[in-house]
Design a protein around this ligand. Sequence first.
Ligand code: EPU
Length: 292
Amino acid sequence: MAMVIRRHVSLSERTTLKMGGEAACEVTIRSEEDFDELGKFLGSEILRPFVIGKGSNLLVAGDVSDVALLRVDSPITPQRVEQTERGLVFRARAGHKLPGLLGWAQKAGLTGMENLTGIPGTVGGAVAMNAGSYGTEMQDVVTRVCLWTPSEGLEWVDAEDCIWGYRHFTPGKACRCLIWEVEMALKQDSPDAVRKRMRTIIDKKKATQPVTAWTAGCVFKNPEGDSAGRLLDEAGFKGRRLGGCGFSKLHANFLENLGGGTADEAMELMNAAKNAVAEQFGITLETEVIIL
Ligand code: EPU
């Protein structure tokens, strides 16, 4: 399967916030053989590579006309690898959708990821951000990650040799890399019990988060021991609008594109919110969403 290059691709069509201009190109990697070609391509073009998954944690705010989006699209079903004391180890491609993977695990009666129900995006994106919710993070289930770098090619790294933090992941060695494949371990349970727990989580999420709106998830990280959503709410930002953007009426830490919203509006709202929280509570909020 050959690598696919598309020129002049719209970021507003590739992000859940539905904002952003045109990138120079999008390179889709579909098989391991494509990496040789990718290395040559990146060496021959003066472009900024940026690995994109489903664009569900991304605010495209600047000029992206010199960006080469790199995307893994290799839709194979997860593969069982081996039974270990941590449970069944299985392998999924980075481009696999996280909700799809959770569906597969549910049918297989595999438990451990139910709390991640409702998180959009790809498996690779979830690892790159150490996505988490309700006390479970990707680092709790990932055992190995297969990375690609232009200099080393493909290489498996043990999860314990990587640096994991709150919405943060760095492979053992500092490098700019692409996640190709991920191994995870989950324990056996009944499909019905897993399904029930997933249902409880999605119900909770729907009641507290704008899950169907155009957002990029939580905009700011929670400060130690507190919630950015609560602080933004108290500072009066819940439902605050500017043009086509606004903080959600349901949860103040979600910025919504209400239709026709621009990155300038989003950035202005975020800055205003950050300044207000700093002034009122003496807390500096850090952005969680990736700003490109
Ligand atoms: N709260 C308010 N007003 C709001 C929003 C929240 O008062 O507008 C209060 C809630 O009532 C609650 C507290 O703040 O008492 C915490 O809120 P919630 O339970 O919704 O959790 P959160 O801390 O706001 C975090 C993660 C979410 C994750 C949920 C569930 C961050 C920045 N947020 O939200 O992750 O889904 O817990 O585990 O870590 C994301 O990473 O994009 C994300 C949405």
